[in-house]
Design a protein around this ligand. Structure first.
Ligand code: ADP
Ligand code: NA
Length: 333
């Protein structure tokens, strides 16, 4: 039987991806490409919902693709491409828009949160239909599995509802109903300054995020000034409830070295937190430097990166076009 098809993507955001994206997405993607038919997409159309400057968006898209590659996405074993290069995404999004209830879309909590912050005049229709475009991204490839973070779960549920609706209205086999692919074993990386909240691009103003493309010296400094727990006994153990700061440092140590958390904890237990921080800062630098060197090989050769992305788009379109043609046919177009 064919390997199950998997689709995932991230937005090309300002600056770079962060260590949480590396552990929670890129390392997983790199693993999944061995036994899945994997498509990894830089979802630049989604980024339009926040109205970026055109030149900045183009640059971010390239940097995001370079980070996918540096993180181990292999364009020989998976399809790496940019969403806007495959026009079928936008075409299918329209078909799905006409199958999505206004109230249904309005119940998406991410839309409610973001539109509340931006006000009615500052909120675009694109922000409202964002989950419909996400559904199109997934259904366009007859995707079986979607690795998703917790905050995208509701959007994936909408995607599943839409797929089932298409099959009811237009006949069985119109769409493949995708499943969430949840990797239980993967730890969340928390913010260094606020270790009870996850490391996120939304914390961009703070000093608690490790950016994959930032100066490694800055990252080292952020580690050294990480919040730890006021615990006189200096116990180093993995215990997120009692010791969120130390536990997060152990998670990060494990993420950047591949070593077991408890083994690291045993090595530092009974010593001051400072030893752990200094060695972790070195380990983060030792991780970031080669990562950045790999990303740089792609960023310094734009023609080569363009070629990789053009090839990915061509291969993505080969999968997408027949699926979209089937949908058009079922819809009576
Ligand atoms: P952000 O919170 O920075 O906006 P996204 O929600 O866009 O990140 O998530 C993109 C991918 O990265 C998802 O697969 C998500 O599970 C993963 N991810 C994001 N933050 C973390 C984190 N702190 N720890 C582990 N994985 C994360
Ligand atoms: Na593969």
């Amino acid at each position: 039987p064919a390997a199950p098809r998997i689709f995932s993507g991230m937005q090309p955001t300002d600056g770079s991806l962060h260590l949480g994206n590396y552990l929670g997405a890129l390392t997983q993607w790199a693993k999944l490409q061995d036994d899945h038919d994997a498509l990894y997409c830089v979802v630049d159309l989604h980024a339009l919902t926040v109205g970026p400057d055109p030149a900045a968006l183009r640059e971010r898209t390239r940097r995001t693709a370079a980070q996918y590659l540096a993180g181990g996405v292999d364009p020989e074993r998976s399809i790496l491409f940019v969403q806007s290069h495959v026009a079928e995404h936008a075409e299918l999004a329209w078909l799905l828009s006409c199958q999505t209830g206004f109230g249904e879309a309005g119940r998406m909590t991410q839309f409610k949160d973001k539109s509340a912050k931006q006000g009615a005049e500052g909120t675009t229709v694109g922000l409202f239909t964002y989950p419909v475009l996400m559904a199109a991204d997934i259904l366009l490839y007859d995707t079986a599995l979607v690795p998703v973070g917790e905050d995208q779960r509701q959007h994936l549920e909408l995607t599943r509802d839409l797929a089932e609706r298409l099959n009811t209205r237009f006949g069985a086999g119109t769409a493949v109903v995708p499943e969430a692919h949840i990797v239980k074993a993967v730890a969340k990386i928390q913010d260094l300054q606020e270790p009870t909240a996850k490391m996120s691009k939304s914390n961009a103003g703070g000093k608690g995020v490790i950016w994959l493309l930032e100066d490694p010296k800055k990252a080292a400094k952020a580690i050294k000034s990480a919040v730890t727990d006021a615990d006189e006994s200096y116990g180093v153990r993995f215990d997120p409830a009692a010791k969120p700061g130390i536990s997060n440092l152990l998670t990060i140590f494990s993420a950047v070295t591949g070593r077991d958390k408890d083994e690291i904890a045993a090595e530092y237990d009974g010593r001051g937190y400072g030893y752990l921080k200094v060695d972790l800062a070195d380990a983060v630098v030792a991780f970031l430097e080669p990562f950045q060197a790999r990303a740089q090989t792609y960023l310094s050769d734009p023609a080569q990166l363009d070629k990789v992305l053009a090839d990915g788009a061509a291969r993505a379109r080969e999968v997408a076009r027949p699926v979209l043609d089937r949908m058009y046919d079922r819809f009576g177009l």
